[in-house]
Design a protein around this ligand. Structure first.
Ligand code: NAP
Length: 250
């Protein structure tokens, strides 16, 4: 098989978990991965956020086209370490392999001057932006190492690199998630697995553009661009992407 063949087949028969699939970025990421030949597990804490997405992906790409569903909606609280571990073990038992974890669980709190920040905001952000990264990376560490080309992808924010006084807790939480992901990359050194950080300032969807046609969304990253860049990570050697930041923002 040539490297061109490898590139074309990188995601065929892969199983990729999209964690937080019910948010703004989830549909584009899931669609791009399934169109490249992967099956996706759509994970979120509410079924109503992921079932319609799974149904539309399966209607477009599943039997009779491929003979199997391409999207599997699953409810899990990724803020619960034991539940995340149990679910990861079940996925390995059910599918035999897990080739990727795209972490999309987000959330934002801010707008308050630093001296007045309510540290309950920090707790809320740390639970979503940091703990879910810790839980998923621990639970999928071994399956990603065992995969042909395991990938862990964190979507981070420019705020982690240019913290603003009115969003200190958010910036600190995203910076912590980045550091954790780089530590995972260190654990993956010299293997076929890679942990990668993709940096955006803000995301924009087609629905957002439709809702505000007069707005330019300058500096935003389109979710389709984000999805294409994420899918490309399976087409590049682990050594080239592991521990790197892919900037999709100025
Ligand atoms: N959107 C942006 O402009 C922007 C900017 C910079 C960086 N990012 C990053 O890009 C990524 C994707 O952003 P996004 O806007 O698509 O994220 P999001 O909508 O904030 O979160 C994605 C999904 O995760 C769910 N979720 C929250 N806690 C969960 C838990 N404990 N277990 C399972 N699911 C949970 C959310 O549900 P609920 O909505 O019910 O909470 C939501 O459906 C995130 O990492 C975000 O930090 C986004």
């Amino acid at each position: 098989m040539t490297s061109a063949d490898d590139e074309a087949t990188a995601l065929r028969d892969a199983l990729v978990v999209v964690a937080g699939a019910g948010g703004a970025a989830g549909p584009a990421v899931a669609k791009t991965l399934t169109e490249a030949g992967a099956q996706v597990v759509l994970a979120d804490h509410r079924i109503d956020k992921i079932r319609p997405l799974a149904e539309s992906l399966n209607a477009a790409l599943s039997p009779p086209h491929t003979g199997r569903p391409c999207a599997h909606p699953m409810v899990v609280d990724l803020g619960d370490e034991a539940a995340t571990r149990r679910w990861a073990d079940q996925l390995v038992a059910q599918f035999g392999h897990v080739d990727g974890l795209v972490h999309l669980v987000g959330g934002w709190r801010g707008g308050t001057p630093l001296r007045d920040v309510d540290l309950n905001d920090w707790e809320w952000l740390a639970e979503r932006l940091v703990r879910t990264v810790q839980h998923t990376s621990k639970a999928f560490h071994d399956p990603l190492l065992a995969a042909r080309a395991g990938r862990f992808v964190l979507v981070s924010a420019t705020a982690a690199h240019r913290p603003q006084a009115t969003a200190a807790a958010y910036a600190a939480a995203k910076a912590a998630a980045e550091a954790w992901t780089l530590a995972l990359a260190d654990a993956f050194t010299g293997t076929s697995a890679a942990a990668v950080i993709v940096v955006v300032r803000a995301l924009v969807t087609a629905q957002m553009r439709q809702a505000e046609p007069q707005k330019s969304f300058e500096g935003y990253t389109d979710v389709d661009t984000l999805a294409a860049e994420i899918a490309n990570l399976w087409r590049r050697p682990a050594a080239d992407v592991n521990g790197t930041r892919l900037w999709l923002a100025e």
